[in-house]
Write a protein that binds this ligand. Structure first.
Ligand SMILES: *Cc1c(COP(=O)(O)O)cnc(C)c1O
Length: 383
């Protein structure tokens, strides 16, 4: 085993822009100001421009962004929030952090995003149930960088008077009908965890919104409930984006569109390379009218575990996002108040495999991966 191809590489992202990032870090260190200063302010403005929204508010993580967005929208105890179970556990954890109850719906097996049919059925059944939990919001997740069907979700939400808070942790720069993910809902949450499409070198997150009042509420909530320093108007928390991460994010934001394009080019190379074994693996689909930003390139295989093992022997590293759906995790199993069966979610957890994907991944490595997959596919056919 000589070759070694990583699944992701935040370090390659650093090395690609090393001088600019080092300069940004050095400027912050020399400025003498390290928390909520000029860099955060500028990043918030630049990221809002990028998304075409009025405000973004920097916070300490994607989990906090989602938690705070829900709280600022007035969602808390006694409120139900619909989301999916085939996602990072943070999506569901944030709903409970806000005091609300997660209500899980199944996914569309083609896109891994929430199933509109199951969403409608869940709303209908829930509204007619004797539960005291009031249905308040939907949290669509743009999983793997593929946008969820926002026009339909917004229409459904308006009809049932529900708020929509987008989980954009995997979808920086993704678009639906030319409009960015994160600019559709009442608010949206981003993570800047190092492996995300827009990654810091530490933790970070942001909330985006067009609503002035919501933005003000979020700024207050992120720092002890202060409207004015040392006066807490509401019980708040400490969840701030720091100056170092903001300065780094400002550099990386300048390259985001170009790096997302590179991810799409690599995805096309995978598509072409794997066309011959499409029977063996199900390749990702791109919904018409959307711009998929390929946070992950995820294939499905009935022999997933065997395949992952085979690739590892060839020095090719892959990951499983996610091996256990949230509703089956020890912290949640049997505890969530009410759930419809989630067969597509459970099937996806058995079949998904995330291939190497990051902007600096050499094209030759994609060819190595597709060749190995082809070999596995052909030998599997022969059995
Ligand atoms: C990464 C991620 C989060 C959480 O972000 P953190 O910054 O790690 O708190 C939430 N939702 C999804 C879909 C994610 O991928």
């Amino acid at each position: 085993m000589s070759i070694s191809i990583p699944q992701n590489s935040p370090k390659a992202g650093y090395l690609a822009h090393r001088e600019e990032i080092n300069r940004a870090i050095s400027e912050v260190m020399s400025s003498g100001w390290y928390i909520l200063g000029e860099q955060v302010k500028r990043f918030e403005t630049e990221f809002a421009e990028f998304l075409s929204v009025k405000h973004t508010i920097g916070v300490a993580s994607g989990t906090d962004a989602l938690h705070l967005a829900l709280r600022a929208c007035g969602i808390g105890t006694g409120d139900g929030v619909i989301t999916i179970s085939h996602t990072a556990v943070a999506t569901v954890a944030a709903i409970e952090l806000a005091g609300a109850t997660p209500i899980l719906v199944d996914i569309d097996p083609g896109t891994f995003n929430l199933s509109l049919a199951d969403l409608e059925a869940t709303i209908r059944v829930w509204k007619n149930s004797p539960s005291t939990i009031r249905l308040k919001a939907i949290v669509p997740v743009h999983l793997y960088g593929q946008p969820a069907p926002m026009p339909e979700i917004m229409e459904l939400a308006a009809r049932h008077e529900l708020l929509v808070i987008e989980d954009c942790a995997q979808a920086h720069g993704a678009e639906i009908d030319g409009r960015k993910a994160g600019s559709w809902g009442h608010a949206s949450a981003f993570s800047f965890y190092p492996t995300k499409n827009l990654g810091a070198f530490g933790d970070g997150g942001a909330v985006a919104t067009d609503d002035d009042q919501l933005a003000e509420q979020l700024r207050i909530l992120r720092e002890y409930g202060w409207r004015k320093r040392y006066t807490s108007d509401v019980p708040g928390m400490n969840t701030r984006l720091d100056e170092l991460q903001a300065a780094i994010l400002r550099v990386r934001l300048r390259y985001l569109a170009q790096e997302n394009q590179r991810r799409r080019d690599l995805a096309l190379l995978y598509d072409e390379g794997l066309r011959g074994v499409a029977n063996e693996f199900r390749l990702p689909s791109v919904v018409k009218g959307t711009t998929h930003v390929f946070h992950q390139y995820v294939i499905r295989s009935a022999k997933r575990d065997e395949l992952q093992q085979y690739l590892r022997q060839q020095g090719i590293l892959t990951l499983i996002h996610y091996p256990v759906p949230v509703h089956l995790q020890p912290a949640y199993a049997g505890r969530l108040p009410w759930a419809r069966p989630l067969p597509e979610t459970e099937r996806a957890a058995r079949e998904v495999l995330s291939l190497p994907m990051f902007p600096e991944l050499p094209e030759g490595d994609v060819a190595t991966v597709t060749a190995a997959l082809k070999k596995f596919g052909t030998s599997a056919d022969a059995i």
